[in-house]
Design a protein around this ligand. Sequence first.
Ligand code: SF4
Length: 64
Amino acid sequence: MSRVQVDRERCVGSGVCESLAPEVFEIDDDGVLQVHREEPAADELDGVQDAVQSCPARALALAE
Ligand code: SF4
């Protein structure tokens, strides 16, 4: 099972991750990233991997 890791020191709240995997990531009204599923479903992994690679702050990782 893959697990989403967020480096909150690095995250700048850009929302790129939300645009690529909205089931998993959401920027709340305060501009803070919320992770809805730390262990994404199999059909969500492609979007999460895109988010990991596209995050401008390199704040995301997927760990096994
Ligand atoms: S894409 Fe990266 S910097 Fe932007 S909100 Fe997501 S984790 Fe934070």
